[in-house]
Design a binder for this molecule. Structure first.
Ligand SMILES: Cc1ncc(COP(=O)(O)O)c(C=O)c1O
Length: 391
């Protein structure tokens, strides 16, 4: 068999090793100046005033809910077609996720369906910029303003994305990013919250560290001074070692995005008109972050196609099966199959292909050819007479 093709390969190298070495030489390993530097550079990269670095996007979503006072008795509208963390953060805050179906063409939360789900308990909306394509934030902001709701953007897939000139966090109250192992920049596990509101950022910095008024870096700068705990926080602070690994990656962000975009364009060229496959649509005005490259397999054959690709050494993922049908969600929210048909249809059809800067053209060609071979047996071949009748 030819060389296996992994689903993801990070591109961390000498630059990160050197940055890590320097961070080890600093007496402060925990949250300090390197984190502050990363926060300034990341905020500038996404065009926002402030970034607060945390240990995960899940923590970022959780803290955003807490900072807006959202908790028991409150409802938060979000999508069933996402990683579970979007909703688990809502459960962790003590609130209830209220799921709304997605657009059939993109998989993104369908803004037109949200109004019908708003109740007097609704406090916020968490859109997910799925695969790297932003939700229509202008429409969502207008809707949220009419109902005085917060918007917390799950931008785990969307560092580089824009829509109609708007970036993550520009119209939302906060936007939350992930630096998990397979994201476009990574330190293994990590995340950030961005906002243009300075006071909100300062409060998020306290909340990420127990609600303490001073951190280790303050003690180093100013010597020991008594600190206070003003409100209940969590332990979500990113450390200097992780920030050191992230910093050099910011210099490659655009170049790596361009490489992923070129790979996506080549997949589209090869796969656009293949019977048995469809691709999510990219809306006009979207600068797609190209975090994932999903294809949707017709005729309920996704799992067979996953098996066929894996047997040829090609690793793929499923992002995502509709979460309301997972056991915990069925138990807590009580949705039956059929509750969100678009999310279920996409969740049962989708698989994600390898797409990362180090993917070679010949590897990509192998992936595309193997996929075309794998779907071919499942495409309905209609008799000529039948085709003629349907014209
Ligand atoms: C859409 C989405 N939201 C949230 C998360 C959670 O991110 P983290 O692992 O950094 O908590 C992920 C992670 O894969 C994700 O894909």
């Amino acid at each position: 068999m030819s060389e296996p093709i992994p689903f993801f390969r990070h591109d961390l190298g000498e630059g990160e090793v050197e940055a890590f070495r320097r961070a080890l030489a600093d007496p402060i390993l925990t949250t300090g100046d390197t984190v502050a530097l990363f926060e300034r550079r990341f905020a500038a990269e996404v065009g926002r005033g402030h970034a607060v670095a945390v240990t995960s996007c899940t923590g970022a979503l959780h803290l955003s809910l807490i900072v807006f006072g959202i908790g028991p008795g409150d409802e938060v509208i979000t999508t069933p077609l996402t990683f579970i963390a979007t909703s688990t953060a809502i459960f962790e805050a003590g609130a209830t996720p209220v799921l709304v179906d997605v657009e059939p063409e993109t998989g993104n939360l369908d803004v037109a369906r949200i109004e019908a789900a708003i109740t007097p308990r609704t406090k916020a909306i968490i859109p997910v910029h799925l695969y790297g394509q932003m939700v229509d934030m202008r429409a969502l902001r207008a809707l949220a303003d009419r109902h005085r709701l917060r918007i917390i953007e799950d931008a785990a897939h969307c560092v580089e994305g824009r829509r109609d000139g708007v970036g993550p966090g520009q119209l939302g109250d906060t936007a939350c990013f992930s630096f998990y192992a397979t994201k476009s920049i990574t330190c293994g596990e990590g995340g950030a919250i961005v906002t243009d509101d300075e006071a909100l950022a300062a409060r998020l910095r306290r909340l990420r560290l127990h609600g303490m008024t001073k951190a280790a870096a303050d003690r180093q700068r100013e010597g020991y001074q008594h600190w206070d705990m003003t409100e209940l926080g969590w332990k979500y602070n990113l450390d200097n070692l992780q920030a050191a690994i992230l910093l050099p990656q910011l210099d490659r962000l655009e170049a790596n995005w361009a490489k992923r975009s070129a790979i996506a364009a080549e997949y589209e060229r090869r796969l656009l008109n293949v019977p048995g496959l469809s691709l999510p649509r990219t809306r006009p005005g979207v600068r797609h972050a190209r975090h994932l490259f999903p294809v949707w397999i017709a005729n309920d054959k996704r799992d067979q196609v996953v098996g066929a690709l894996q047997s040829r050494g090609i690793s793929v993922m499923v992002n995502y099966r509709a979460i309301h049908l997972l056991s915990y969600f069925q138990k807590t929210l009580g949705h039956a199959p059929g509750a969100f048909p678009n999310a279920e249809r996409i969740g049962d059809a989708t698989l994600s292909l390898p797409m990362y800067p180090a993917l070679l053209p010949e590897q990509q060609a192998r992936v595309a050819d193997a996929l075309i071979d794998a779907v071919a047996p499942f495409v309905e071949v209609r008799a000529p007479a039948e085709v003629a009748r349907s014209l």
